[in-house]
Design a protein around this ligand. Structure first.
Ligand code: AMP
Ligand code: MG
Length: 401
Protein backbone atom coordinates (compact mmCIF):
# COMPACT_ATOMS: atom_id res chain seq x y z
CA UNK A 1 0.00 0.00 0.00
CA UNK A 2 1.15 3.54 -0.71
CA UNK A 3 0.15 6.65 1.23
CA UNK A 4 -2.69 8.78 -0.15
CA UNK A 5 -0.51 11.81 -0.91
CA UNK A 6 1.95 9.70 -2.87
CA UNK A 7 -0.87 8.29 -5.00
CA UNK A 8 -2.36 11.76 -5.46
CA UNK A 9 0.99 13.17 -6.55
CA UNK A 10 1.42 10.35 -9.05
CA UNK A 11 -1.98 11.11 -10.54
CA UNK A 12 -1.45 14.88 -10.58
CA UNK A 13 1.94 14.49 -12.24
CA UNK A 14 0.26 12.63 -15.09
CA UNK A 15 -2.33 15.34 -15.78
CA UNK A 16 -1.44 18.45 -17.76
CA UNK A 17 -3.25 21.76 -17.98
CA UNK A 18 -5.42 21.80 -21.13
CA UNK A 19 -4.49 24.20 -23.94
CA UNK A 20 -6.30 27.51 -23.50
CA UNK A 21 -9.23 28.44 -25.72
CA UNK A 22 -11.56 31.35 -26.41
CA UNK A 23 -14.81 30.77 -24.52
CA UNK A 24 -18.13 32.61 -24.62
CA UNK A 25 -19.04 34.07 -21.25
CA UNK A 26 -22.31 32.14 -21.48
CA UNK A 27 -20.22 28.94 -21.20
CA UNK A 28 -17.45 30.14 -18.89
CA UNK A 29 -18.81 29.83 -15.34
CA UNK A 30 -16.29 27.90 -13.23
CA UNK A 31 -13.51 28.13 -15.81
CA UNK A 32 -10.13 29.72 -15.10
CA UNK A 33 -8.93 32.72 -17.11
CA UNK A 34 -5.80 32.43 -19.25
CA UNK A 35 -5.37 36.14 -19.98
CA UNK A 36 -5.15 39.51 -18.29
CA UNK A 37 -8.41 41.41 -18.67
CA UNK A 38 -8.11 45.21 -18.84
CA UNK A 39 -11.17 47.49 -18.84
CA UNK A 40 -11.73 48.86 -22.35
CA UNK A 41 -14.22 51.43 -21.03
CA UNK A 42 -15.59 53.05 -17.88
CA UNK A 43 -18.10 51.36 -15.56
CA UNK A 44 -20.40 53.07 -14.86
CA UNK A 45 -20.03 54.73 -18.28
CA UNK A 46 -21.41 58.11 -17.07
CA UNK A 47 -22.28 60.00 -13.87
CA UNK A 48 -25.73 58.79 -12.83
CA UNK A 49 -28.15 58.90 -9.95
CA UNK A 50 -28.35 56.23 -7.25
CA UNK A 51 -31.87 57.38 -6.27
CA UNK A 52 -35.18 58.38 -7.74
CA UNK A 53 -35.63 62.10 -7.01
CA UNK A 54 -34.55 65.47 -8.34
CA UNK A 55 -31.27 66.62 -9.84
CA UNK A 56 -30.44 70.04 -8.35
CA UNK A 57 -27.66 72.54 -7.82
CA UNK A 58 -26.50 71.96 -4.25
CA UNK A 59 -26.12 75.75 -3.79
CA UNK A 60 -29.82 76.23 -4.58
CA UNK A 61 -30.93 73.94 -1.74
CA UNK A 62 -28.38 75.11 0.85
CA UNK A 63 -31.10 77.17 2.61
CA UNK A 64 -33.79 74.42 2.40
CA UNK A 65 -36.72 74.21 2.60
CA UNK A 66 -36.75 75.82 -0.82
CA UNK A 67 -39.03 75.60 -3.86
CA UNK A 68 -37.55 75.02 -7.34
CA UNK A 69 -39.09 75.05 -10.84
CA UNK A 70 -39.21 71.60 -12.48
CA UNK A 71 -37.39 71.91 -15.84
CA UNK A 72 -38.04 68.36 -17.10
CA UNK A 73 -37.55 64.65 -16.50
CA UNK A 74 -34.66 62.26 -17.23
CA UNK A 75 -35.37 58.54 -17.12
CA UNK A 76 -32.84 55.68 -17.16
CA UNK A 77 -31.62 55.05 -20.68
CA UNK A 78 -32.53 58.53 -21.97
CA UNK A 79 -30.16 61.29 -23.07
CA UNK A 80 -31.23 64.36 -21.05
CA UNK A 81 -33.00 66.97 -23.17
CA UNK A 82 -32.88 69.61 -20.44
CA UNK A 83 -30.36 71.29 -18.16
CA UNK A 84 -30.66 72.38 -14.55
CA UNK A 85 -30.49 76.16 -14.43
CA UNK A 86 -30.37 78.32 -11.32
CA UNK A 87 -33.50 77.79 -9.20
CA UNK A 88 -34.45 74.68 -11.19
CA UNK A 89 -34.68 70.95 -10.62
CA UNK A 90 -35.05 68.00 -13.02
CA UNK A 91 -37.02 64.91 -12.06
CA UNK A 92 -34.65 61.92 -12.34
CA UNK A 93 -34.90 58.12 -12.09
CA UNK A 94 -32.32 55.67 -10.67
CA UNK A 95 -29.58 54.99 -13.23
CA UNK A 96 -30.37 58.08 -15.32
CA UNK A 97 -27.60 60.36 -16.55
CA UNK A 98 -27.06 63.49 -14.43
CA UNK A 99 -28.14 66.48 -16.54
CA UNK A 100 -25.83 69.44 -17.09
CA UNK A 101 -25.92 72.06 -14.38
CA UNK A 102 -26.84 69.64 -11.58
CA UNK A 103 -24.24 68.57 -8.98
CA UNK A 104 -26.48 66.67 -6.55
CA UNK A 105 -29.60 64.53 -6.29
CA UNK A 106 -32.28 64.92 -3.64
CA UNK A 107 -34.16 61.69 -3.06
CA UNK A 108 -37.88 61.80 -3.78
CA UNK A 109 -38.72 61.14 -0.11
CA UNK A 110 -37.29 64.61 0.79
CA UNK A 111 -39.40 66.43 -1.79
CA UNK A 112 -42.97 67.52 -2.39
CA UNK A 113 -44.23 68.26 -5.91
CA UNK A 114 -46.88 70.95 -6.42
CA UNK A 115 -50.33 69.78 -7.53
CA UNK A 116 -49.83 71.13 -11.07
CA UNK A 117 -46.41 69.40 -11.29
CA UNK A 118 -44.52 72.58 -12.09
CA UNK A 119 -42.62 73.02 -8.84
CA UNK A 120 -40.88 70.95 -6.20
CA UNK A 121 -40.17 71.84 -2.58
CA UNK A 122 -36.95 70.36 -1.25
CA UNK A 123 -37.10 69.75 2.52
CA UNK A 124 -33.37 69.44 3.29
CA UNK A 125 -30.01 70.75 2.08
CA UNK A 126 -27.77 68.15 0.38
CA UNK A 127 -24.03 68.38 -0.31
CA UNK A 128 -22.53 68.48 -3.81
CA UNK A 129 -22.20 64.93 -5.18
CA UNK A 130 -25.15 63.68 -3.14
CA UNK A 131 -26.40 60.28 -4.51
CA UNK A 132 -24.28 60.65 -7.65
CA UNK A 133 -22.47 57.52 -8.85
CA UNK A 134 -19.43 58.67 -10.76
CA UNK A 135 -18.33 57.40 -14.16
CA UNK A 136 -15.55 54.84 -13.72
CA UNK A 137 -16.24 54.46 -9.99
CA UNK A 138 -16.43 50.66 -10.39
CA UNK A 139 -13.85 50.23 -13.17
CA UNK A 140 -11.69 52.81 -14.86
CA UNK A 141 -10.68 52.57 -18.52
CA UNK A 142 -7.32 50.78 -18.71
CA UNK A 143 -7.67 49.37 -15.20
CA UNK A 144 -6.66 45.75 -14.50
CA UNK A 145 -9.90 43.79 -14.10
CA UNK A 146 -8.73 40.17 -13.72
CA UNK A 147 -5.30 38.63 -13.58
CA UNK A 148 -4.79 35.32 -15.41
CA UNK A 149 -5.83 32.26 -13.34
CA UNK A 150 -8.94 33.93 -11.96
CA UNK A 151 -11.79 31.46 -11.42
CA UNK A 152 -14.83 32.84 -13.22
CA UNK A 153 -17.87 33.07 -10.96
CA UNK A 154 -21.27 34.49 -11.93
CA UNK A 155 -20.08 37.87 -10.63
CA UNK A 156 -17.00 37.79 -12.86
CA UNK A 157 -19.16 37.04 -15.90
CA UNK A 158 -21.37 40.02 -15.04
CA UNK A 159 -18.29 42.26 -14.80
CA UNK A 160 -17.15 41.11 -18.25
CA UNK A 161 -20.61 41.74 -19.70
CA UNK A 162 -20.67 45.21 -18.09
CA UNK A 163 -17.49 45.96 -20.06
CA UNK A 164 -18.88 44.62 -23.35
CA UNK A 165 -16.51 41.62 -23.22
CA UNK A 166 -18.39 38.50 -24.34
CA UNK A 167 -15.49 36.14 -24.93
CA UNK A 168 -12.53 35.34 -22.73
CA UNK A 169 -9.40 33.22 -23.04
CA UNK A 170 -9.71 30.43 -20.51
CA UNK A 171 -8.78 26.82 -19.88
CA UNK A 172 -11.63 24.80 -21.38
CA UNK A 173 -14.03 22.41 -19.73
CA UNK A 174 -12.45 18.94 -19.98
CA UNK A 175 -14.53 16.38 -21.86
CA UNK A 176 -14.47 13.34 -19.61
CA UNK A 177 -15.75 9.93 -20.65
CA UNK A 178 -17.37 7.56 -18.15
CA UNK A 179 -17.41 3.81 -18.71
CA UNK A 180 -18.92 1.17 -16.44
CA UNK A 181 -17.60 -2.37 -16.62
CA UNK A 182 -19.04 -5.59 -15.27
CA UNK A 183 -21.01 -8.63 -16.51
CA UNK A 184 -23.50 -8.11 -13.70
CA UNK A 185 -24.50 -4.58 -14.71
CA UNK A 186 -27.78 -3.72 -16.37
CA UNK A 187 -29.57 -0.47 -17.06
CA UNK A 188 -33.32 -0.04 -16.97
CA UNK A 189 -36.39 -0.81 -14.87
CA UNK A 190 -36.79 -4.42 -16.01
CA UNK A 191 -36.74 -7.11 -13.29
CA UNK A 192 -33.22 -8.21 -12.43
CA UNK A 193 -32.10 -11.70 -13.38
CA UNK A 194 -30.11 -13.79 -10.91
CA UNK A 195 -26.76 -12.13 -10.22
CA UNK A 196 -27.57 -8.84 -11.94
CA UNK A 197 -27.44 -5.37 -10.40
CA UNK A 198 -28.23 -1.99 -11.92
CA UNK A 199 -25.37 0.26 -13.01
CA UNK A 200 -25.23 3.19 -10.60
CA UNK A 201 -21.60 4.34 -10.91
CA UNK A 202 -22.00 5.78 -14.38
CA UNK A 203 -24.78 8.07 -13.18
CA UNK A 204 -22.97 9.26 -10.06
CA UNK A 205 -19.74 9.84 -11.99
CA UNK A 206 -21.43 11.68 -14.86
CA UNK A 207 -23.13 13.96 -12.31
CA UNK A 208 -19.92 14.45 -10.29
CA UNK A 209 -18.19 15.53 -13.49
CA UNK A 210 -20.93 18.00 -14.38
CA UNK A 211 -20.79 19.37 -10.83
CA UNK A 212 -16.99 19.71 -11.14
CA UNK A 213 -17.42 21.87 -14.25
CA UNK A 214 -16.44 19.20 -16.78
CA UNK A 215 -18.33 18.04 -19.85
CA UNK A 216 -19.42 14.48 -19.08
CA UNK A 217 -19.47 11.96 -21.92
CA UNK A 218 -21.48 8.77 -21.40
CA UNK A 219 -19.55 5.82 -22.79
CA UNK A 220 -22.09 3.29 -21.54
CA UNK A 221 -21.51 -0.06 -19.94
CA UNK A 222 -19.22 -2.88 -21.09
CA UNK A 223 -19.19 -6.51 -19.94
CA UNK A 224 -16.09 -8.14 -18.47
CA UNK A 225 -14.61 -8.85 -21.86
CA UNK A 226 -11.10 -7.79 -22.80
CA UNK A 227 -11.89 -7.00 -26.43
CA UNK A 228 -14.97 -4.95 -25.65
CA UNK A 229 -13.29 -3.08 -22.79
CA UNK A 230 -10.33 -2.22 -25.02
CA UNK A 231 -12.66 -1.02 -27.81
CA UNK A 232 -14.68 1.18 -25.42
CA UNK A 233 -11.57 2.72 -23.88
CA UNK A 234 -10.05 3.38 -27.31
CA UNK A 235 -13.20 5.06 -28.59
CA UNK A 236 -13.39 7.11 -25.37
CA UNK A 237 -9.85 8.43 -25.51
CA UNK A 238 -10.31 9.40 -29.17
CA UNK A 239 -12.84 12.06 -28.21
CA UNK A 240 -12.11 12.88 -24.55
CA UNK A 241 -9.54 14.76 -22.47
CA UNK A 242 -9.76 12.18 -19.68
CA UNK A 243 -11.54 8.92 -18.95
CA UNK A 244 -13.10 7.38 -15.86
CA UNK A 245 -13.81 3.69 -15.77
CA UNK A 246 -15.30 1.87 -12.81
CA UNK A 247 -14.96 -1.75 -11.82
CA UNK A 248 -12.48 -4.38 -12.86
CA UNK A 249 -9.47 -3.06 -10.96
CA UNK A 250 -9.62 -5.34 -7.91
CA UNK A 251 -8.20 -8.82 -7.40
CA UNK A 252 -10.96 -10.86 -9.08
CA UNK A 253 -10.54 -13.30 -11.96
CA UNK A 254 -12.54 -11.10 -14.33
CA UNK A 255 -10.98 -7.75 -13.45
CA UNK A 256 -9.97 -7.02 -17.04
CA UNK A 257 -9.85 -3.23 -16.91
CA UNK A 258 -6.49 -3.40 -15.20
CA UNK A 259 -5.24 -5.95 -17.73
CA UNK A 260 -6.46 -3.97 -20.75
CA UNK A 261 -5.07 -0.69 -19.46
CA UNK A 262 -1.74 -2.37 -18.80
CA UNK A 263 -1.65 -3.50 -22.43
CA UNK A 264 -2.73 -0.33 -24.18
CA UNK A 265 -1.47 2.33 -21.78
CA UNK A 266 1.28 3.38 -19.45
CA UNK A 267 -0.48 2.51 -16.24
CA UNK A 268 0.30 2.44 -12.56
CA UNK A 269 -1.80 0.07 -10.50
CA UNK A 270 -1.97 1.27 -6.96
CA UNK A 271 -3.12 -0.03 -3.61
CA UNK A 272 -3.69 3.17 -1.69
CA UNK A 273 -3.70 3.15 2.12
CA UNK A 274 -7.26 4.44 2.35
CA UNK A 275 -10.71 3.04 3.04
CA UNK A 276 -12.85 3.00 1.00
CA UNK A 277 -11.27 3.15 -2.48
CA UNK A 278 -8.06 1.18 -1.96
CA UNK A 279 -7.49 0.01 -5.57
CA UNK A 280 -6.79 2.57 -8.26
CA UNK A 281 -5.43 2.24 -11.76
CA UNK A 282 -4.12 5.44 -13.25
CA UNK A 283 -2.12 6.16 -16.32
CA UNK A 284 -1.99 7.55 -19.81
CA UNK A 285 -3.41 5.96 -22.92
CA UNK A 286 -2.24 7.97 -25.95
CA UNK A 287 -1.48 10.90 -23.56
CA UNK A 288 -5.05 10.86 -22.20
CA UNK A 289 -5.30 10.37 -18.43
CA UNK A 290 -7.36 7.30 -17.57
CA UNK A 291 -8.67 6.66 -14.07
CA UNK A 292 -9.54 3.05 -13.34
CA UNK A 293 -11.79 3.63 -10.34
CA UNK A 294 -12.94 0.82 -8.06
CA UNK A 295 -16.35 -0.71 -8.72
CA UNK A 296 -17.97 -0.42 -5.32
CA UNK A 297 -20.27 2.59 -5.57
CA UNK A 298 -18.98 4.45 -2.49
CA UNK A 299 -15.39 3.67 -3.47
CA UNK A 300 -15.81 5.07 -6.95
CA UNK A 301 -17.23 8.32 -5.53
CA UNK A 302 -14.53 8.65 -2.87
CA UNK A 303 -11.86 7.83 -5.43
CA UNK A 304 -13.26 10.55 -7.69
CA UNK A 305 -13.14 13.02 -4.78
CA UNK A 306 -9.56 12.19 -3.83
CA UNK A 307 -8.01 11.68 -7.28
CA UNK A 308 -10.37 12.64 -10.08
CA UNK A 309 -11.56 16.07 -8.98
CA UNK A 310 -8.08 17.39 -8.02
CA UNK A 311 -6.61 16.14 -11.31
CA UNK A 312 -9.40 17.67 -13.35
CA UNK A 313 -9.03 20.97 -11.51
CA UNK A 314 -5.34 20.95 -12.41
CA UNK A 315 -6.28 20.31 -16.06
CA UNK A 316 -8.72 23.24 -15.82
CA UNK A 317 -5.91 25.60 -14.78
CA UNK A 318 -6.86 25.96 -11.12
CA UNK A 319 -4.16 27.14 -8.70
CA UNK A 320 -2.67 24.20 -6.74
CA UNK A 321 -4.19 25.63 -3.54
CA UNK A 322 -7.58 24.84 -5.03
CA UNK A 323 -7.00 21.34 -6.37
CA UNK A 324 -8.03 19.60 -3.17
CA UNK A 325 -10.93 20.27 -0.87
CA UNK A 326 -9.53 21.97 2.23
CA UNK A 327 -10.46 20.20 5.48
CA UNK A 328 -12.41 22.03 8.19
CA UNK A 329 -12.66 20.86 11.77
CA UNK A 330 -15.86 19.44 13.21
CA UNK A 331 -16.93 18.12 16.60
CA UNK A 332 -18.21 14.57 16.81
CA UNK A 333 -21.50 14.12 18.67
CA UNK A 334 -21.00 10.36 18.78
CA UNK A 335 -18.12 7.89 18.58
CA UNK A 336 -16.95 7.23 15.03
CA UNK A 337 -15.37 3.81 15.62
CA UNK A 338 -12.92 2.21 13.20
CA UNK A 339 -10.22 -0.44 13.51
CA UNK A 340 -6.49 -0.11 13.17
CA UNK A 341 -5.43 -1.18 9.67
CA UNK A 342 -2.71 1.29 8.59
CA UNK A 343 -5.25 3.08 6.35
CA UNK A 344 -6.79 6.52 6.42
CA UNK A 345 -10.57 6.13 6.62
CA UNK A 346 -13.10 8.44 5.02
CA UNK A 347 -16.31 8.09 7.00
CA UNK A 348 -19.58 9.32 5.53
CA UNK A 349 -21.04 11.80 8.01
CA UNK A 350 -23.90 14.23 8.46
CA UNK A 351 -22.77 17.72 9.44
CA UNK A 352 -24.91 20.27 11.18
CA UNK A 353 -23.62 23.83 11.62
CA UNK A 354 -24.68 25.19 15.00
CA UNK A 355 -23.34 28.00 17.23
CA UNK A 356 -20.23 28.44 15.15
CA UNK A 357 -19.21 24.81 14.93
CA UNK A 358 -19.75 21.80 12.72
CA UNK A 359 -21.46 18.98 14.63
CA UNK A 360 -20.75 15.56 13.16
CA UNK A 361 -22.60 12.24 13.25
CA UNK A 362 -22.53 9.12 11.11
CA UNK A 363 -24.55 9.22 7.89
CA UNK A 364 -25.37 5.50 8.17
CA UNK A 365 -23.92 2.21 6.96
CA UNK A 366 -20.24 2.59 6.20
CA UNK A 367 -19.84 -0.31 3.78
CA UNK A 368 -18.36 0.60 0.40
CA UNK A 369 -21.50 -0.84 -1.23
CA UNK A 370 -23.83 1.30 0.93
CA UNK A 371 -24.32 4.20 -1.44
CA UNK A 372 -27.33 5.58 0.40
CA UNK A 373 -25.16 6.76 3.33
CA UNK A 374 -22.80 8.42 0.85
CA UNK A 375 -25.75 10.14 -0.80
CA UNK A 376 -27.03 11.24 2.61
CA UNK A 377 -23.57 12.44 3.77
CA UNK A 378 -22.62 16.11 3.93
CA UNK A 379 -18.92 15.37 4.39
CA UNK A 380 -16.20 12.77 4.54
CA UNK A 381 -14.68 12.66 8.02
CA UNK A 382 -10.97 11.87 7.86
CA UNK A 383 -10.24 9.22 10.49
CA UNK A 384 -6.55 8.66 11.21
CA UNK A 385 -5.39 5.10 11.84
CA UNK A 386 -6.52 3.93 15.30
CA UNK A 387 -9.75 3.36 17.19
CA UNK A 388 -11.56 6.38 15.75
CA UNK A 389 -12.61 9.64 17.43
CA UNK A 390 -14.80 9.51 20.53
CA UNK A 391 -17.86 11.72 21.05
CA UNK A 392 -16.77 15.30 21.75
CA UNK A 393 -13.45 15.02 19.91
CA UNK A 394 -12.58 17.05 16.85
CA UNK A 395 -12.27 15.49 13.43
CA UNK A 396 -11.19 16.96 10.06
CA UNK A 397 -13.94 17.04 7.44
CA UNK A 398 -13.99 17.30 3.68
CA UNK A 399 -17.28 19.09 3.12
CA UNK A 400 -19.04 17.73 0.05
CA UNK A 401 -21.61 20.53 -0.25
P1 AMP B 1 -15.17 -4.81 -9.17
O1 AMP B 1 -14.25 -3.67 -8.88
O2 AMP B 1 -15.47 -4.93 -10.62
O3 AMP B 1 -14.71 -6.06 -8.53
O4 AMP B 1 -16.55 -4.42 -8.49
C1 AMP B 1 -16.66 -4.28 -7.07
C2 AMP B 1 -18.10 -4.22 -6.70
O5 AMP B 1 -18.70 -3.08 -7.25
C3 AMP B 1 -18.94 -5.38 -7.18
O6 AMP B 1 -19.88 -5.72 -6.17
C4 AMP B 1 -19.64 -4.83 -8.40
O7 AMP B 1 -20.86 -5.51 -8.65
C5 AMP B 1 -19.87 -3.40 -8.00
N1 AMP B 1 -19.97 -2.53 -9.16
C6 AMP B 1 -19.07 -2.48 -10.16
N2 AMP B 1 -19.46 -1.58 -11.09
C7 AMP B 1 -20.62 -1.07 -10.65
C8 AMP B 1 -21.51 -0.08 -11.18
N3 AMP B 1 -21.26 0.52 -12.33
N4 AMP B 1 -22.63 0.22 -10.48
C9 AMP B 1 -22.86 -0.41 -9.29
N5 AMP B 1 -22.06 -1.32 -8.75
C10 AMP B 1 -20.95 -1.65 -9.43
MG1 MG C 1 -16.28 -6.38 -11.78
Amino acid sequence: MIPLTEAQNKVLAGCKVLPEAVVSITQACGLVTAETVVAPELVPPFDNTAMDGFAVRSQDVAEAPVTLAIAGTVSAGAAPSCEVGQGEAVRIMTGALIPHGADAVVMVELTQTSSDGSQVTVAKAVPAGNHIRRAGEDLNKGQLVFEPKEVLTPGHLGVLASLGIYEVRAYPRPRVGVLSTGDELVEGPQPLQAGQIRDSNRHTLLALLAEAGCEPVDLGCTPDDEVQIAASIRSGIASCDALLTSGGVSMGDYDYVKKVLDEIGDMAWMQVAIKPAKPLAFGLVDEVPVFGLPGNPVSSMVSFELFGRPALRKMMGYHPDRWHRQPVLGNTTQDLPRHKDAKLHFARVKVHYSNGEYLVRSAGGQGSHQLSAMAYADALAILEDGEGPKAGETVPLLLLR
